[in-house]
Design a protein around this ligand. Structure first.
Ligand SMILES: N[C@@H](CCC(=O)N[C@@H](CS)C(=O)NCC(=O)O)C(=O)O
Length: 221
């Protein structure tokens, strides 16, 4: 089997990390093709052909080209259904629907306030931009409400979509990692008993540890 290609930067990128974690869970061989954001390579015509919005990741499996990290993860899980973690995207219509439901919750409910908070607390200072205290307060409040829903859900089931680790959980890894490790608001996760237990379990998976190792590896020449 030829290896699939992920186009992404050497620096950590949440959307690229989501795809890499999925490929590792599914035991799919891959190579990362360097697209350096700092050099504007994601805006070059050759990259726009595979990611028309000028972002990373883009993904190639032989003659198939895809963008959007969550769509790539769904494709990888279906195409390589019988290898690696076979429960990742469910095995029947109901489990698939439950996984999709929580994947949507991640993209629509969790990610917007979480990304806004991370941008304000971690990236704005690095980029020497002024922080906006109103955005910080509102995002924290919104995220807390979302996590209260997660807390109730995770009281009744081990993982978001049921008793198995699935794409729904995996999709939360990159941005929760940022919240816990790159901001001083990790308590939003650790102060909620079931969310904290869930985060502990999913972040200790071998697949995620490998992604972190790749992120910490010295940049390629
Ligand atoms: N919804 C997209 C988001 C992609 C995205 O925001 N990528 C960031 C890196 S994590 C990027 O390319 N940023 C550079 C830019 O937008 O110019 C996905 O999940 O693939």
């Amino acid at each position: 089997m030829a290896s699939v290609k992920v186009y992404g930067p050497t620096l950590p990128s949440a959307s690229v990390s989501r795809v890499l974690a999925c490929l590792i869970e599914k035991d799919v061989e891959f190579q990362v093709i360097s697209v350096e954001l700092s050099k504007g390579q994601h805006k070059l015509p050759q990259h726009l052909k595979i990611q028309p919005f000028g972002q990373v990741p883009a993904f190639q499996d032989e003659d198939i080209i895809l963008f959007e990290s969550r769509a790539i993860c769904r494709y990888v899980s279906e195409k390589y259904q019988n290898q690696g973690n076979t429960a990742l995207f469910g095995t029947n219509p109901l489990t698939k629907a439950l996984i999709d439901q929580w994947l949507e919750a991640e993209g629509q409910n969790f990610n917007p306030p979480n990304s806004a908070l991370i941008f304000q607390l971690a990236f704005a200072p690095m980029m020497e931009l002024e922080q906006d205290p109103i955005v910080i307060k509102q995002s924290e409040k919104k995220l807390a409400k979302v996590l209260d829903v997660y807390e109730r859900r995770l009281e009744e089931s081990r993982y978001l979509a049921g008793e198995e680790f699935t794409l729904a959980d995996l999709s939360h890894l990159p941005m929760t990692q940022y919240l816990v490790n790159k901001t001083d608001r990790g308590e939003l996760i650790t102060s909620r008993k079931n969310v904290a237990r869930w985060w502990g379990e999913i972040s200790r998976r071998d697949s995620w540890k490998k992604v972190i190792e790749m992120q910490n590896a010295p940049p390629r020449a």
